[in-house]
Write a protein that binds this ligand. Sequence first.
Ligand SMILES: *Cc1c(COP(=O)(O)O)cnc(C)c1O
Length: 341
Amino acid sequence: MEKKDLDWASLGFGYVQTEQRYVSNFKDGKWDEGGLTTDANVVLNECAGVLQYAQTCFEGLKAYTTEDGRIVTFRPDLNAERMYNTAMRLEMPPFPKDKFVEAVKAVVKANAAYVPPYGSGATLYLRPYMFGSNPVIGVKPATEYQFRIFCTPVGPYFKGGAKPLTLCVSDFDRAAPHGTGNIKAGLNYAMSLHPIVEAHKAGYAENMYLDAATRTKVEETGGANFLFVTKDGKVVTPKSDSILPSITRRSLMIVAREYLGLEAEEREIHFDEVKDFAECGLCGTAAVISPVGKIVDHGKEICFPSGMDEMGPITKKLYETLTGIQMGRINPPEGWIVEID
Ligand SMILES: *Cc1c(COP(=O)(O)O)cnc(C)c1O
């Protein structure tokens, strides 16, 4: 198959329109057959539920070309399950999990020419999403929905090496206890835009959000989970009901235990402890792990011993092992790699 003539290495994280996307409609209480289309536009009634009351959710995952030239995706069954749980919380009809995985495969296969070649550092980003599509003016769930998956090639996340980030402790809250912090709802991102714009203006890459109830415990950033390494080499990650369960973070905890022989623990992490950690990283599909060098809490700086020049040594091993699994250089755990035939 002939690849598109794109400058893979200089692609950013932006939308590049590809040829085919998947669409399925929910109407009269059931999902239709669904299928691929070349039409990239969505036409909606002015009163559509998504436009009035933000009834929408999404997922994000990637397709990769492996060292031996196969096209694969990473744990799409977990995206299917998470979107199922999100839909339940938002009173949307969940999209069947097996059909989700089949739709992911169909979209990747139909756009194989856009899957960046091995070694380019670029990947194919897939965006499944769902929204209420029929007119809703009284506050209630829509009765018709559309589920779609499009894909777009994205460039290497770390151009010229992974430079550690500087974060600030936010005065805003990301998620309330018993709220929607643990689901991938569009609304969680809408409300994070003001805090992130403010953080960027002040020179920070991301916000560290603390728990809304007590402002003493670490939650996550706007779009990535935290992972810390203690001075005695243990991997720890915050446990909270209002954190989005990152597939990358859950996978890294398994990599730490099973591949690197490290202790890995999910527990409540008090902000007071953060100054004692050796390394800090942010986990998510986009970057796998972005190293954090510094966290600023209202003028008070916490500087990690790993410094501002490179990833900490354990963060680096975690990063290299997981990307090695995704790129087919390291034997994966059962079921992690799903090949597109
Ligand atoms: C999507 C997301 C993540 C990362 O999850 P992955 O499954 O690893 O991509 C982390 N935090 C939030 C708030 C998210 O929306």
